[in-house]
Design a protein around this ligand. Structure first.
Ligand SMILES: Cc1cc2nc3c(=O)[nH]c(=O)nc-3n(C[C@H](O)[C@H](O)[C@H](O)COP(=O)(O)OP(=O)(O)OC[C@H]3O[C@@H](n4cnc5c(N)ncnc54)[C@H](O)[C@@H]3O)c2cc1C
Length: 328
């Protein structure tokens, strides 16, 4: 069944990162019919895209939680309230019908709502492409690692010198047949402790080197790597390449909505209200004096945003939602 071209909802949350997902729970708790839209094809924002397998140590109540498990938990927490998820779809424009926000999306869908919460993080983020071999994207060349098990018994080439590249090299090592890490500089930018762990591991490290060709019949089979100082080229068997060269992030269409934006962040009041009527924001995307970009902080902000939006939608409601324990 195709999803409807027009959606009518109480609250639209733009961005299904951890903050937007917690917002979906909170909005459900406040009795709002909620729709969550995200440009990415999967839920979880930066966590799912960049570090699903890493342990997060600073989420209240969890001494350590794997990124993927935190996202699963957030989705499960919102599930009793049946939010609608629109994935692989960008919220492109915002207009008003009276005081009701009306949004258009990249698929041509119209979303009518009573209020909007923007939890757009760092905006839409696209991986920096590998300079060669891009035609193998999805056929052995990956920019995200959704499932570690996909790399079982493969010769894997990881490209990059930052935290993600170093972490993927050591994380995939136990399941893979071999890991080669290629970095174009001599020094790694990654956290010192991770680099020590890497150097002590069985990962083969090629520094001052670049991938100059990717070969394969339909899928990646081998990679040529050039050692830049000597120009010696080595052909390395590899069935998988993980290119961890960083991301290009941009707020995209959000910049055209008329929001008060400074240095790519949306300015908000203590109620998380933006300068636009019935539009709130929370999480990495917001700016206010003293803002700290952490998931824990975003959770608090989105709870504020939802409660203030609830009152804007129905002024007879209390700002204080009551305690969740009272509903059990
Ligand atoms: C490697 C790494 C490790 C980290 N470790 C920690 C840690 O240990 N602890 C911690 O607290 N934080 C950590 N962070 C930071 C943390 O991931 C972010 O603070 C968090 O993801 C912010 O959540 P968010 O929901 O605000 O935004 P995001 O996770 O960025 O999600 C925003 C979503 O909005 C979507 N979007 C944007 N614009 C649109 C649009 N117009 N239409 C539709 N969708 C849109 C994007 O596609 C994205 O999915 C880490 C970050 C990285 C990269």
């Amino acid at each position: 069944m195709s999803s409807p071209a027009e959606v009518d909802t109480d609250l639209l949350i733009v961005g299904a990162g951890p903050v937007g997902l917690y917002g979906a729970y909170y909005a459900g708790f406040r009795g709002l019919r909620t729709t969550v839209i995200d440009a990415l094809p999967e839920l979880g924002g930066q966590i799912t895209a960049m570090y699903p397998e890493k342990l997060i140590h600073d989420i209240a109540g969890f001494p350590a939680v794997r990124g993927r498990d935190l996202v699963d938990g957030l989705v499960a927490q919102a599930t009793p309230f049946s939010p609608t998820y629109l994935l692989g779809e960008t919220a492109t424009s915002l207009d008003y019908d009276g005081d009701q926000p009306v949004l258009e999306t990249s698929t041509g869908r119209t979303i009518r709502c009573q209020a909007v919460i923007v939890t757009g993080g760092i905006g839409r983020f696209d991986p920096r492409p590998l300079p060669v071999g891009n035609e193998f994207a999805g056929r052995g060349l990956a920019y995200f690692v959704p499932q570690i098990a996909d790399y079982a018994d493969l010769d894997v080439l990881v490209v990059g010198g930052g935290d993600s590249a170093v972490d993927w090299a050591t994380t995939l090592l136990p399941v893979s047949r071999s890991i080669t890490l290629v970095h174009r500089r001599e020094r790694f930018r990654a956290h010192e402790h991770s680099v020590i762990e890497l150097r002590e591991s069985a990962v083969r490290i090629l520094t001052s080197s670049e991938v100059c060709a990717v070969h394969g019949n339909g899928r990646v089979e081998a990679v040529e790597v050039v050692h830049k100082p000597t120009e010696v080229v080595e052909r390395i068997p590899a069935q998988a390449i993980v290119a961890a060269l960083g991301f290009v992030a941009d707020l995209g269409p959000l910049e055209q909505w008329g929001l008060g934006i400074k240095a790519r962040r949306i300015e908000v009041a203590t109620t998380m209200a933006t300068n636009l009527p019935r539009v709130y924001a929370a999480g990495d995307i917001v700016a206010y004096p003293g803002k700290v970009r952490l998931i824990a902080v975003g959770f608090g902000e989105v709870a504020l945003a939802v409660n203030n939006a609830a009152v804007a939608i129905d002024p007879s409601l209390d700002l204080f939602p009551g305690h969740s324990t009272q509903t059990l």
